[in-house]
Design a binder for this molecule. Structure first.
Ligand code: PRT
Ligand code: MG
Length: 214
């Protein structure tokens, strides 16, 4: 049995065309079903539905053989025991620093102010500001980061941006780009050895589909 860990929403949707190329078709739509284990047209392949941030954990411990996770999630997770053979180039966005339109971020930095930064991405944020030599107090949040500068919890946030409409709707502006983000295939290192016969054709189809060759 091969177990693939995916999160609902954009990762599931954007992984589907790749799975279809590998001849794998889920028997249910996770948006409509409440089932967390979904069978496929292949009796020895199943999909488990987990939170996006939990995908690396399931794969690391071998509860899933492979999965798809955002680079944002992988940077925050230790990545131990995970083989990351492919950038699937899906669920693309960028990790940014954003602040209220009314906050003069550039001057604050110039004056050497200590900034309060709210984010779910504490590792990425710590590394970014350390590189820039900016002193920050990091405030860990689990969602809706956009609210923090509006109610005085933080001076700025580190969050993912794709269209920019969430920032605009909350009168925030992007002040720095940290990095581009896309989702990667992650594979349990032990499973890759033990189940090589079953996994390698799937990996080959994925590689071909994203133009990485085989
Ligand atoms: O939503 P939930 O809390 O369940 O979990 P999640 O947010 O971790 O999962 P999900 O499915 O929303 O995101 C899974 C992966 O998709 C992330 O790990 C990213 O790698 C990738 N991705 C791509 C995004 C976005 N684009 C994105 N725009 N993840 C989140 N967003 C959010 C962003 O945080 C912000 O709140 O969308 C909002 C901004 O979008 P725009 O279009 O308004 O700029
Ligand atoms: Mg989300």
């Amino acid at each position: 049995m091969i177990t693939l860990a995916l999160s609902k929403g954009r990762i599931f949707e954007e992984t589907m065309p790749l799975l279809e190329k590998a001849g794998i078709v889920p028997s249910e739509d996770p948006e409509k079903s409440r089932k967390l284990i979904i069978g496929t047209n292949q009796p020895d392949v199943r999909i488990i539905i987990v939170r996006a941030t939990d995908v690396p954990t399931y794969v690391q411990h071998g509860a899933a053989d492979l999965g798809v996770a955002g680079k944002d999630v992988l940077i925050e997770h230790s990545g131990a025991g995970l083989y990351q053979p492919l950038d699937l180039n899906i669920a693309r966005c960028r990790l940014c620093v954003a602040a209220a339109e009314s906050f003069d971020y550039a001057s604050a930095i110039k004056q050497g102010a200590r900034l309060r930064i709210a984010t779910k991405y504490v590792n990425s944020a710590r590394e970014h500001f350390a590189k820039r030599g900016v002193h920050v107090d990091l405030i860990k949040l689990y969602g809706s980061m956009e609210l923090a500068p509006l109610v005085g919890l933080a001076d700025a946030i580190v969050d993912l941006v794709s269209t920019g409409s969430t920032l605009r709707a909350n009168k925030l502006v992007e002040v720095e780009e940290i990095c581009d983000i896309s989702s990667r295939l992650v594979v349990n290192q032990a499973a890759l050895k033990m189940k090589y016969e079953q996994l390698s054709p799937i990996l080959a189809v994925f590689a071909e589909a994203v133009g990485a060759g085989t």
